[in-house]
Design a protein around this ligand. Structure first.
Ligand SMILES: Cc1cc2nc3c(=O)[nH]c(=O)nc-3n(C[C@H](O)[C@H](O)[C@H](O)COP(=O)(O)O)c2cc1C
Length: 176
């Protein structure tokens, strides 16, 4: 698919078919995350794949929504704060930004391969760290359910470009 077609086709899939995701396809999606850019190329991320029945069920306590249970695979994208770049002048930690780019790469590659995903951040982070036994410096950023979509793309709602793009308006950008 053309990149623009993939971008247009991706949406948050909240219903999945009861069919497994082939290993080869799964690794293609994970590899797209691996290839994402990161600050100073530190790659401060880990991708935890949950697909075995028992562990998969455990993840339903981390984010308990009926639709989430239908996803055969969940990828937990974690950021390692001990590995991420911190801007020297204000110590801003870019771990979340780096992890988010990797997630977006995965969502787009999944779409390209005919699969669906949905960013999930409204999960129980404490429970997630507990069940995955994550060390202190590792933060789960998002759960990414993955599978074959069993719904259809809703009408996309986005702000128009003229509301969000400012051209040559330095100094009074947000005052209209
Ligand atoms: C950072 C982030 C967190 C999100 N968390 C959740 C979530 O916890 N549960 C959920 O159902 N959708 C979640 N979403 C999906 C958004 O609701 C969705 O991307 C948005 O409504 C736009 O719809 P679209 O993805 O279909 O284009 C999240 C998206 C992002 C980018």
């Amino acid at each position: 698919m053309e990149l623009i077609d993939v971008i247009n086709k991706r949406y948050s899939v909240r219903s999945y078919k009861n069919i497994p995701v082939e290993e080869k396809i799964l690794f293609e999606i994970l590899d797209a995350g691996r290839l994402a850019p990161s600050a100073v190329n530190f790659q401060p991320w880990f991708f935890i794949v949950v697909k075995e029945k028992k562990q998969r069920e455990v993840m339903n306590n981390v984010y308990s929504r009926t639709w989430f249970k239908t996803a055969p695979v969940v990828i937990i994208i974690c950021a390692d704060h001990s590995m991420s770049w911190k801007r020297s002048n204000d110590k801003k930690d870019f771990a979340d930004v780096d992890a988010s780019i990797a997630i977006d790469h995965m969502t787009l590659r999944a779409t390209d391969l005919g699969l669906g995903t949905c960013w999930v951040c409204n999960f129980n982070a404490d429970e997630c760290c507990k069940v995955l036994e994550l060390p202190e410096q590792i933060e789960p950023i998002a759960l990414l359910p993955l599978g074959y979509p069993d719904d259809s793309q809703p009408v996309r709602k986005r702000k128009p470009l003229e509301e969000i793009v400012f051209l040559e308006k330095f100094g009074n950008t947000f005052s209209g």
